[in-house]
Design a protein around this ligand. Sequence first.
Ligand SMILES: Cc1cc2nc3c(=O)[nH]c(=O)nc-3n(C[C@H](O)[C@H](O)[C@H](O)COP(=O)(O)O)c2cc1C
Length: 389
Amino acid sequence: MSRVGPLIRYLPWAVTLPLAALGYVVSPWISLLALILFGLGVQDLLQTQQAVRRNYPLTGRLRYALESIRPEIRQYFIESDDDKLPFSRHQRAMVYARSKEQNDKRGFGTIKDYYQQDAQWLAHSMHPVQTDTKNLRVWVGGPDCKQPYSMSVFNISAMSFGSLSANAIQALNKGAAKGAFAHDTGEGSMSKYHRQHGGDLVWQIASGYFGCRTADGRFDPERFEEQARDPQVKLIEIKISQGAKPGHGGMLPAAKVSAEIAQARGVPMGADCISPASHSAFTTPIELMAFIAQLRALSKGKPIGLKMCIGQVREWFAVVKAMLETKTTPDFIVIDGAEGGTGAAPIEFADHMGMPMRDGLRLVHNTLVGAGLRAQIRLGASGKDPFSL
Ligand SMILES: Cc1cc2nc3c(=O)[nH]c(=O)nc-3n(C[C@H](O)[C@H](O)[C@H](O)COP(=O)(O)O)c2cc1C
């Protein structure tokens, strides 16, 4: 029995041979099918890459077949309507219905359990006011800004040309133009695809200074001035860190650096396109304020902001101290959550680094209020917070 047991795993494969012989009596097609299965089993036995297939010829394939449809099985049969991350089935259904102008109302009240742990709710007022939903905009621009911008409260987060295709960039920018909101270029700078539909742009500048760099990858003020003058550029954002990979920087492999990407970024083709982990234009908070002042002057007073995920809290406090000391402030700060998305990031960084959006936003808001700076700095937030809808 001890010898027979392990051999049973070969049985489904072994029966294909007699089946090929006997099946011929019924139909040659059965024989052919059995022979194909036999061949597949031989292939499983000879290959050395997958232990399951080698140990269980033919039946081992079922494991890989089932694994390949695991996401669909979960989504269609197992996932509950309220399971999140990033959006639940209910939330998606509501967005689909609204985009098609179908009925998005529900009778008989909620089906959520309001008494479960972590249930969330909003406190209403006895005197609700009607919001002008056609005009959900705020002015961005502190005391030193010469070209303040009336910004929609919903905008498109930074996603570079390179991590997104030309078609995706065009679609996002067309959407921005139609919906009168702003489209953040991401650190890959501006390409011709950002300009075809004329949607408002937030030009992001990260540690690689793409679109405004010298040949050795440092900040180039002249190139910056040229690009920043473009009327389509409404705001300029210095990326300090990104929630999905704070402190990591990034790399677009040489194989992905097409001629168009190389042109937009101002980098050579055939070489990996590197974003270093930190900036070379400044190293201290005081120097960061000087850089903000420099960009403001070069852009003729356009709003200059920061994008960051909070890490070491004392470093953020040092930035606020530098604002008070230099009397230079950014016009806006976007707080990105550790839960935020990315084109690519090491899993260790995505899963373990940085402060989540809600905690970061609360910290930054409270510090700025305490420092008396909140009124002149607009705050934005990004991060796929599963409770945000
Ligand atoms: C494909 C992709 C590319 C991204 N590229 C950038 C980038 O170039 N610069 C940046 O600051 N953030 C980048 N991000 C992060 C987003 O801007 C944003 O911080 C994150 O997705 C969370 O925000 P959300 O809730 O708006 O998605 C990227 C995200 C994705 C999914």
